[in-house]
Structures are given as structure tokens and as C-alpha cells.
Design a protein around this ligand. Structure first.
Ligand code: SPV
Ligand code: MG
Length: 553
């Protein structure tokens, strides 16, 4: 889940870490303890990550005493490195053993794209510096220098950084011991010195910095002296500040508050707006990149069609039946019309369904697995205004259809299999006397010769009346159209054009199709012969009931 928005430095991560340490400016890195926190730190603009031993242990729920094994830590680092592009500096505790363990650690860190490691001069298993610090034994200086040398000798990337952390002040020794150790580590090849202090003021660290006098880059961790103004560190010529544990602590505070609140209130309503939306989780995980990759690599284009269902109107014809719901929610054979339609779509592998609701939109809430967008002007506008509301859900492969349609499954299936950038479904059967509503007559380049897919027929016009001027219609457009990538573009452009017309609000899908034809766009006709129904009037409800029981049409 590489972060595509992260700065894509042409320098390796180790070179970036090196630059941070050697920069004449004061630089900052921030703690992270897993993939998602690393990503958040990177997105916040930090130039580097401190993979804190304390925080990584804490997120595992164990103590900062080498209870998590070094391989468990390295495994976590791999997730953190995969999630980011900025350098990661590992808090490598004591190097997890002797010089030999250190050699292996450095090799494994390089393999996992970790830019450097900081090791501290204590004994394995270490304890956190803020717990009984002055009882903590320090490592033998020579032994620790050997560890530094072994690490430096085993790195293959010249920019990989090894930082030696001096714990003398933590363990109750004085400044001269801290300086003696730092100097030895510097001579052994350490690329920087981290001087740690547990005092609430920066005095020791500042005194050390004065005496150190820039012999190598100097790193500090202002956890206990957190109120010190940053200008003080700049003035002292500190190279790098590590904010060492603020991500894990903020996670703990936030999780505690929310868990307690949900526990006592037994509802989510008070917390929902205060926590990250699910889509933010997806974004941080890189879920949307996977959707795009599926199109590229998994050949899911055909199954990934998206449907836009226009369902904003009340259906005045149904009088009191639609007092409390739109007509698409009228039950047909015990199931709302829209639920049937959504099932049909899903049966054909169309799982992304956007329904444009309007009148009594809340009545649609029971339909599962759909995205609902609302045309708030449904009273005064028509189909194209509804379609425009669904524009953010437009897809390179989509079916647009009316919400009051009932049809045999093969109609949708055949439409999906049909070639063409825009394909419409036209019923060439002579309409029976019982036809309701005002049909959309389709005039096409050739009549239906009843051969299934072989015909190459284009739509010439859709008209409301049986328009003699353009000759006999070849059938009825059933309110279903399929677009592919280019077709989607044509359709979007046409929608943009038509939006500027004063009567856009009253326009329906036929106007859109006619506009496209007028622009010379080729709209392919897929002929069918019956086996569908649109529910426009009370009589249609009975017919629809028969239809769903396989009796008619
Ligand atoms: C860590 O973040 O794990 C550190 C810094 O080592 S401290 O906790 O201050 O020792
Ligand atoms: Mg640590």
C-alpha cells in the first residue's frame, strides 16, 4: 500500500536520513508503531519516522523489555516501510544481543528498506529509560564500540546510518562519563550521537551539546523536557529531534475515551462524527488503488459494471399508494420493485448500484447494498437532473436504467454482452392495447430482423409521440442503456452541454440520447421482443404480479 501521494524523492531512504542528520537545520522525526501510523506520520509531512521500541512494544501489548522478539519488530518494520517512502530510523534497543546479532540486524534492516538504526549502551534485555533509569547497568564501552564497528562493517549501503545512544545521564552518571562514551562511540564509527535525559528540563542535554561542539550530528528525545521551546534546541545546534511516542499516546487516549463512551451509552450515535470515517480507513490502506489495479490486471472490467437507477419520482398515478413511498417501493409479488431490480443487477455481477432517489427517499433505506444519492429538486426536475446527481458515480462501464422496470434476466445479460460504446435496448414487439404511460418510441437505422447479435443497427431518434415525420418507429426504448469508457465520456459531455439549456430541468433520457445522435455519436440498438414491463399505472401492478410469476409479456 505504497503511499502514492508521498514525496517521491529520487534519493534512497538511507540518503534521506543521512541528509536529515547532516542538515544545518534542526530536523524532526516522529514516532510510528505500525503501517497505518507510519502512513499518517508521512502524510502529516514528517521527513522521517522513529520506529520506537516503546511504541511498537505497546501496540503489541507487551513491555518495553525486549519482550517482543527482534524478528517481530523487523516484521512490523516491513509493513511500515511498505506503507511509506520516507526514511525509518529503528530504535534498535541494544542491538538485540552482541556484535554478531548486530551484524545480522543491520543486514535484515537494509533488506527491508529501513534507513538506519539507533542502539543504546545498555544490556540485553533492556528496560525503558524512564523506569528506574538510575538502576540500569550500562554496557562496557569497548564491547559497545565493537558492536558499532560490526554494524558499520556489515552495512552494504554506504548511507545506512548507525546512531549510538548514550544512556549515561539516564543511569545517573555525570556529563564527563556521557562525553567519554560519546567520544568512544564516535571514534568507533557511529554516524551520530543520541544523548538521552530523563530530567524535566533540557539542562543536561544542552550542557552536553555545548561540550560536544558539533563533533558529529547530535540527536535528542525531548519527552520529559517537552515544554522546552524548540528555539532552544535550534540555538544549541541540535541536529535531529525525535518526537518519540506521541502517536501511540494519542491512539491510547482516543481509544480509551471512545471505548468507554460506547460501553456506557450502548450506542454509536454520539461518537460516529468524532472518529475517522470508514472511507478514511480505506484510503489509508490504499484500497482505492486496488480497485484501479483490478481493472488493469484482473480483467474484472466486465463484472465490474456499475448501475445507475433513476428512481426519484413519486408516481402520481398510484395516488394514495405512493403517499409514503416512491413508486419503486411498491410491492410486486411481495417484494418492492426496486429490490427486485437490484437483485437482477447483482445476479448479473453488477454489485455497484447507485440509486437516485427523490420523493420519500427515506423509504429506500431498507434496500441493502446500494448507494443512494438524492435529487432534492425531484418535484420540479426530470430524469436528466437525476442522472446529473449520480455523476460522481459514473463509471467506465455502466448501465443506466429506470427504477420501475421489470424484465427477464436475459435482457440485462445480453445487454452486458453487447459490443458498443453506447447500447440501448429497443423492444420491437408491437405494443399491446394495455400499454400504459407514454412510451418512448425508437426510430432505428433498420428494423429488427430477429437475429440475436448479428444486426448492426443504430438509434436515430427517440420520440414520445408516434412521430410520422420520422416514419414508423421500430420499437420502444425500454429505459435501459449501457455505456463503456468512450460512451461514458460522450454521455458526460452531452450532459454538460444540456445543463446549459434553460429547459434542462424538464429533460428526460430521450433528450440525452437524441442529443448524442445529433452530435453524430453512434448509439447501438439491441433489439428484444417483449419480456419486460414498466410500472406506470395501477393496472400495471397486476400485470407486474403476473410477470413476476412468469405468466405474461
Ligand atoms: C523509545 O521510543 O522506545 C525510546 C525513547 O527508546 S524512550 O522511550 O524515551 O527511551
Ligand atoms: Mg526505546
Amino acid at each position: 500500500m505504497l503511499n502514492p501521494e508521498a514525496p517521491n524523492s529520487s534519493h534512497s531512504r538511507s540518503a534521506q536520513l543521512r541528509a536529515l542528520l547532516e542538515s544545518p537545520e534542526l530536523e524532526f522525526i516522529m514516532e510510528a508503531h505500525n503501517g497505518i501510523s507510519a502512513r499518517i506520520v508521512e502524510e502529516a509531512g514528517f521527513k522521517g519516522i522513529w520506529a520506537s521500541g516503546l511504541a511498537i512494544s505497546a501496540q503489541f501489548g507487551v513491555r518495553d523489555n525486549n519482550e517482543a522478539s527482534w524478528t517481530q519488530v523487523v516484521e512490523m518494520l516491513e509493513f511500515m516501510a511498505d506503507a511509506t517512502r520516507i526514511p525509518i530510523l529503528l530504535d534498535g534497543d541494544t542491538g538485540y544481543g552482541n556484535f554478531n546479532n548486530m551484524r545480522r540486524l543491520v543486514r535484515k534492516l537494509e533488506q527491508r528498506n529501513v534507513a538506519g538504526v539507533c542502539i543504546e549502551d545498555k544490556l540485553f534485555p533492556k528496560s525503558n529509560s524512564f523506569i528506574n533509569g538510575n538502576h540500569q547497568p550500562l554496557a562496557d564501552v569497548d564491547e559497545f564500540c565493537g558492536k558499532i564497528k560490526a554494524g558499520k562493517d556489515s552495512q552494504t549501503d554506504p548511507d545506512f546510518r548507525i546512531i549510538a545512544r548514550v544512556e549515561a545521564l539516564i543511569a545517573g552518571w555525570d556529563l564527563s562519563e556521557a562525553l567519554r562514551r560519546a567520544d568512544a562511540y564516535h571514534r568507533a564509527g557511529a554516524d551520530a550521537i543520541l544523548i538521552h535525559s530523563r530530567l524535566p528540563r533540557p539542562d543536561e542535554v544542552l550542557a552536553f551539546a555545548r561540550e560536544w561542539a558539533g563533533r558529529s550530528p547530535l540527536v535528542i528525545v525531548p519527552t520529559t523536557y517537552c515544554s522546552t521551546p524548540t528555539a532552544v534546541f535550534r540555538k544549541a545546534k541540535i541536529s535531529l529531534v525525535i518526537w518519540a511516542n506521541q502517536m501511540i499516546r494519542t491512539a491510547i487516549s482516543s481509544m480509551s475515551v471512545i471505548a468507554r463512551e460506547i460501553r456506557s451509552s450502548e450506542t454509536l450515535v454520539n461518537v460516529e462524527d468524532r472518529i475517522a470515517p470508514i472511507r478514511e480507513v480505506f484510503r489509508l490502506q490504499g484500497a482505492y488503488e486496488l480497485v484501479a489495479a483490478e481493472h488493469r490486471y484482473a480483467n474484472l472490467g466486465e463484472q465490474q459494471a456499475h448501475a445507475i437507477v433513476l428512481a426519484a419520482t413519486r408516481g402520481q398515478e398510484f395516488a394514495a399508494l405512493t403517499d409514503d413511498r416512491p413508486k419503486v417501493m411498491l410491492p410486486i409479488g411481495g417484494q418492492p420493485l426496486l429490490a427486485r431490480l437490484v437483485n437482477e443487477l447483482k445476479n448479473q455481477g453488477i454489485n455497484d448500484v447507485t440509486v437516485v432517489a427523490g420523493y420519500k427517499a427515506e423509504a429506500i433505506a431498507d434496500i441493502k447494498g446500494i448507494e443512494v444519492v438524492i435529487n432534492h429538486d425531484h418535484d420540479s426536475t426530470g430524469e436528466l437532473a437525476s442522472l446529473a446527481c449520480a455523476r460522481p458515480s459514473f463509471h467506465d462501464d455502466m448501465v443506466i436504467l429506470y427504477g420501475d422496470l421489470l424484465f427477464r434476466s436475459y435482457i440485462l445479460k445480453d445487454l452486458i454482452d453487447c459490443e458498443g460504446e453506447i447500447v440501448t435496448v429497443v423492444d420491437s414487439a408491437k405494443p399491446g392495447a394495455a400499454i400504459s404511460g407514454s412510451p418512448d418510441y425508437a426510430h432505428c437505422s433498420a428494423p429488427d430482423d430477429r437475429s440475436l447479435f448479428s444486426q448492426d443497427v443504430e438509434l436515430l431518434r427517440v420520440s414520445k409521440a408516434n412521430n410520422k415525420k420520422v416514419g414508423e418507429p421500430n420499437g420502444r426504448w425500454i429505459g435501459m442503456v449501457r455505456t463503456r469508457k468512450l460512451g461514458r465520456q460522450w454521455l458526460t459531455d452531452a450532459l454538460d452541454d444540456l445543463m446549459h439549456y434553460p429547459d434542462f430541468g424538464r429533460m428526460g433520457m430521450p433528450e440525452l440520447l437524441n442529443h448524442l445522435v445529433g452530435q453524430g455519436k453512434r448509439i447501438k440498438v439491441h433489439y428484444i421482443n417483449g419480456h419486460w414491463l414498466d410500472v406506470n399505472a395501477l393496472d400495471d401492478i397486476d400485470r407486474a404480479g403476473d410477470f413476476t410469476h412468469g405468466k405474461s409479456t
